[in-house]
Every structure is written in C-alpha cells, then in structure tokens.
Design a binder for this molecule. Structure first.
Ligand code: GAL
Length: 416
C-alpha cells in the first residue's frame, strides 16, 4: 500500500473541513437589492449567524422577481439548487409539483404552522399536505404612498374613490408637482393595474376576472373602463418614467419630487430606510375604492431537495423565518405584515397596524385575494401574458381600451 504523504493528508482534511463549512452555510437566492429590502433580509441573516450559520447571498436584481426566477430555474436544472429561494405563489407550486422541493412537514407539525398561517397562503406553501416553503411576510399591492408635506402644500385630502384620486393628482399637477411616481416596467404597471381593476369593478369583479378567469368578466365593459382608468393615471407621470426601478419611484415621493406612488407595501421599507415616519412624513392609504380588500402577495422561502449535509441549514432557516421574533423584526423593516396571525401589532407603525388589521378582516370576509401581477392569482404564463398587454397599453403599442380588452382575452386564453 502506498502511504499518503503529508500534503495529501492535508488536502484531504481541508476538503472534509470545507464540506463541514458548507453544511453550516445558507445559500439564499432573492431579489431584495433595494435599501429597505436588504435591511430586512439582514434580520434573517443575523438570526442565523447567532446559530453559527454563514450566509451566501445570491441576489438577482429586478423587482417582482422575474430575473431571479430565471436564475433559479437554471440552478435547479443544473442540479445545484440554493438552500432556499425567495419565491412567489405559483412558481413555488410548479417546483412542488415537479418534486423539486424538500419536505419540511415535521417542522411544520412541531411548530403548528397550519394554525397560524392563513389558509389561503397554505395553498402555496403546501402541496398534497407536504410543506415545502415558509412565508416570511404578507405584502399587498393595493396601497398608495403620499408625501405628507406635499399633500399639505397642495391642500389635498385622502381620496376615497378613483375619481377623487384623479382630482388629487390633478391638484398636484396644477401646483407644479409631479403627481404620480411610476416605474415604467411591466411588473410595476401590472401591479398598479391590479388595484385599478379592483377599484373600477369592485372586489367581486376582480375575483371573477383574475382569480376565476371568467371570460365574460375579462371582456366586459368594466374591464374596458379599467383600461380607461389606467390611461387616466398615465397622464400624471413624468416623462422619464420608462424603465425606472420601483425604489427610485419611491425615492421621488420620499424627497417630495412627486406626490404619490401606487405600490405594494415594500415601498414602506424604503421610507423606513430613509428614516421617514408614517403619519408624520408620509401617508399610506388603500388604493382609492379598494379599502376592505387585500390583494396580497407573500414572500416565501422555498426549500429545494439538497444533499443530507445541507439539510440542517434548511431546517435552521425555516425555523428562524417562522419564529415570532424574526417575523416582527423583518416585517417592521420590510413594510409588510407578519405571515403569522398570532403576532401582536404593538411594535408596528400606523401603516403596519392597518395592514395587519386589514388582512384579518379581509380574510374573514372573503376579500383577501391573490395579486395577479405578483403571481398569486394564476400560473406564471398567465401573469406574463397579463404584463405584456398592460405594458403595451401603457406605452402606446396598444392604442385603445377596446383593443387592450381583446388582446387581454386572447393572451390569457392562449396562456392558460
Ligand atoms: C415583490 C416582493 C416584495 C418586493 C418587491 C420589489 O415581488 O414580493 O417583497 O421585494 O417585489 O422588489
């Protein structure tokens, strides 16, 4: 037999040492690259560091997660999945159906997660009774964010319906202020359109059209009116909106360069990161005409099937994410509400308190509905078809509301 030289022995121990280190590493894919998002994620990172886990960040910029989902797909296809990935709704279901997710059901049972997470969300964390993902928050898209000083300067008041919103934007325009800060990217425009549809047709109409994909609703006069309303809002954006990132649009409101933004409550994370206070520096209202409804999206961490030595890190991440302390610490910074329903709202600001109360009320009366733009109403192919029609309309490639409705019906029919 050959004797191993000192160098070979050294190399071997380095290799096994490296493996042990890998087992203590959490590799996390996400699209949280804005100031508020990154600050919130640090809460999870730090909680894991306390347990001896290191963090390997895999950030893929791009709000809404489209680019991140492409990267994730490639990593999974190459047999190299991350420990976990941020994921939205139907994307998680696709991986679960394909048998790619780990089974963390024992953890869910020990933690009694089924009792504290809204049933609507469990449709996405769980397939055939098996848990493969955990929700870190509940966001919703039907909000508007307003610079308070600017609001006072123009003498504006909370708009209670769509027409009042338009009147408010008009007041800002006359006062020489950019009324609406918008990022002209497909996912942002579609996210805004979710709210417009719920406001124009009411929440039952939103449900019929986007959750049930009822063709009579999709091609109705109400959908046409929703596009008319989208065109009205488009009149109030500044000329440089095309391609603007969502957090830069939020920054315009923070700095008083614009009056308002229509955006999910991740926008609040940017206000918080800029040390702005709810009620004092900025105002949050439900998108006019949608109060009482919550068009939700929840950020989940999906756990992929990984080798045995990486599973302890997954368990640690799942348990840490579901811990009440992390659900509080993370969501205060992120702008979202905790995904757990058993958490006190005491340490949240007024917008956070409203988000928490709205979710409970909407959940109880059946107005807690998935956002189509955020992949909680339909599978990705349908959501992508929706983005496409909405963005073409906003940017003038589709010229009329009638044509937009026709194209929406056709695009959804071929995608579903
Ligand atoms: C959403 C996500 C939010 C926020 C936003 C912008 O899809 O759910 O957490 O990050 O994108 O990046």
């Amino acid at each position: 037999m050959l004797m191993l030289g000192a160098t070979a022995v050294g190399a071997l121990s380095v290799a096994s040492g490296a493996q042990a280190a890998d087992g203590k590493e959490v590799q996390m894919l996400h699209w949280w690259t804005s100031g508020g998002e990154a600050a919130a994620l640090s809460v999870v990172k730090q909680a894991l560091a306390k347990q001896g886990y290191s963090w390997k960040d895999v950030p893929v910029a791009g709000g809404g997660g489209g680019a991140a989902m492409t990267t994730l797909k490639a990593m999974v296809a190459a047999g190299n999945p991350p420990t976990a990935s941020q994921i939205l709704g139907y994307y998680a279901l696709d991986y679960a159906d394909a048998g790619k997710l780990a089974d963390i059901t024992p953890l869910a049972k020990t933690g009694d997660w089924a009792k504290v997470i809204p049933t609507a969300l469990q449709k996405f964390t769980t397939v055939d009774g098996k848990w493969g993902a955990v929700p870190v928050n509940i966001h919703s898209v039907n909000w508007i964010w307003i610079n308070k000083a600017t609001m006072e300067k123009i003498g504006g008041a909370e708009p209670k319906n769509f027409d009042e919103f338009v009147a408010l934007l008009d007041k800002a325009k006359k006062a020489g202020v950019v009324p609406l800060a918008l990022g002209g990217q497909p996912w942002q425009e579609a996210t805004m359109f979710d709210s417009i549809v719920a406001s124009t047709g009411g929440v039952d109409f939103y449900k019929k059209a986007f959750i049930d994909l009822d063709e009579s609703a999709l091609k109705s006069g109400t959908m046409k009116k929703s596009f008319d309303n989208l065109a009205k809002l488009r009149d109030y954006v500044d000329p440089n909106y095309t391609g603007r990132d969502w957090n830069l649009a939020t920054a315009m409101v923070i700095k008083g360069d614009a009056l308002a933004q229509v955006m999910g409550d991740w926008a609040k994370g940017e206000f918080a990161a800029a040390h702005k206070e709810a009620g004092k520096d900025f105002l949050c209202y439900r998108f006019p005409g949608t109060d009482g409804s919550v068009l939700y999206n929840t950020d989940m961490f999906a756990f992929f099937q990984v080798s045995g030595d990486r599973q302890a890190a997954q368990t640690a991440l799942a348990e840490t994410t579901m811990s009440p302390e992390v659900q509080i610490g993370f969501n205060i910074i992120k702008g979202s509400a905790p995904a757990r329903m058993d958490i006190s709202d005491a340490s949240f600001d007024t917008c956070g308190k409203k988000a928490i109360a709205d979710i409970k009320a909407a959940n109880a009366k059946g107005t807690f509905l998935g956002s189509l733009a955020q992949n909680y109403a339909q599978p990705p192919a349908v959501a992508t078809a929706y983005y496409d029609v909405v963005t073409k309309f906003v940017h003038g490639q589709i010229k009329s509301s009638d044509e937009a409705v026709t194209q929406l019906v056709a695009a959804i029919n071929s995608a579903k």
